[in-house]
Design a protein around this ligand. Structure first.
Ligand code: HEC
Length: 92
């Protein structure tokens, strides 16, 4: 992935897993993780074939928002089409 994210534009390979720690309280407490998994071509062809979910700190998949082709996730992540729906790929 490091080689990919060094590029300005790329498509992530099938099986790529991206996670982000969530701090929903705003005080630094980790409340869960957001997960994106690149599925085989055709899973959700219109939106880059990504699966989305939110997990609690024990790793359980939450039911809200619903896991899968989650519209509320896609509506933001669609803004990163050149980096295959990944938004935080700039190397610091
Ligand atoms: C309001 C806009 C917005 C929504 C809605 C949103 N995201 Fe994101 N997401 C971002 C931004 C901006 C980043 C990159 C910056 C950062 O890490 O905060 C990001 C980063 C991520 C990352 C790390 C990989 C990357 O793209 O850099 C994952 C995984 C992720 N989001 C999952 C989700 C999931 C799952 C949902 C739906 C439950 C979701 N996001 C909804 C804006 C959003």
């Amino acid at each position: 992935m490091k080689d990919l994210v060094a590029k300005g534009s790329f498509t992530a390979p099938e099986g790529t897993v991206s996670i982000k720690e969530l701090d929903m309280t705003g005080d630094g407490t980790k409340t869960g993780i957001a997960v994106m998994i690149k599925k085989p071509a055709g899973y959700d062809a219109a939106n880059g074939d990504w699966y989305y979910d939110i997990r609690d700190t024990a790793g359980n998949v939450m039911s809200d928002p619903p896991p899968g082709k989650t519209a509320m996730c896609i509506q933001c992540h669609v803004g990163g089409k050149s980096t295959d729906y990944l938004l935080g790929t700039k190397l610091q």
